[in-house]
Design a protein around this ligand. Sequence first.
Ligand SMILES: [Mg+2]
Length: 327
Amino acid sequence: MQPSETYRSGLEGTPILIADDSALSRRLLEAVLNKWGYSVIAVSDGATAWEILQRESAPRIAILDWMMPGLSGPEVCRLVRAQNRPHYTYIILLTARNEKDDLIAGMESGADDYLVKPFDNNELKVRLGPGRRIIQLQQELLVAQEQLREQATRDALTKLWNRHAIGEILARELARSQRENIPLGIMMADLDRFKLVNDTYGHIAGDIVLREVARRIAASIRAYDAAGRYGGEEFLLMLPGCDEEACLQTAERMREAIRQTPVRVGDLSLRVTASFGVTSLPRGTAAASETVIRVADEALYQAKQQGRNRCVQLPFAMYAAAPPSLL
Ligand SMILES: [Mg+2]
């Protein structure tokens, strides 16, 4: 089979939706589009077209007949445009009429282009060109946006949330746990004597250790938990729905995952441990981010004081009330 233009444009997986109540028209369109390498979904009415265009994996190009039973082409078009979706749908209206007023009304529904029936295949091919380009450009734009978002919210070394992002997640989770009346587990973790690793083996070894510890931390949490790099070797975690006991269990599991297996750095095997400060905001509690972090920090401080490589859990209510000077 000859590689078609579609294939070369990298859109070969992109199907085109055809909606036309005329079986003959559908068949002709489908045959020529298939010949050009597009895969085609053909339906005979507007309501089905609209149902398909709402799907997550909806075709990005749609050729809609103007007059159809149920929803007309322009009506489907209006519904598509009223949706707020990241992906653009390129819509070509098919019409047997050619009065100017009708065309203006059709284009005002948000259609990108129109074809007057009967059309020849070359005209259809030309009309599909801009559609393919727009879809492709938008695809590239979405990828670029995603990369930017990634760079803005992720810590470059560990790929966990960065400090800014984890702070925003904390504020959001505090509001959500109160709204949903669930507890919110908070954890502050810190590698023990990490400066020694950097001083003894160098900063590259230190980076490898940090990355590996972050990986073990990320592997120990659920999909809806959040882990961020809060400082140099300090991590902040949120566990929605976890009370103090559940939070402490997770921290213990993480501590063990870090302690148990040495981190490989070249030929070296480095034993690393971490200390954990744990607390949990009881259900229905309103608290500021600073207060929550202060309590978790105090728990972490006590874990360090008690000899490191351990988890200390503090009851939130008692410590949240105490002014910092008494801690
Ligand atoms: Mg029709």
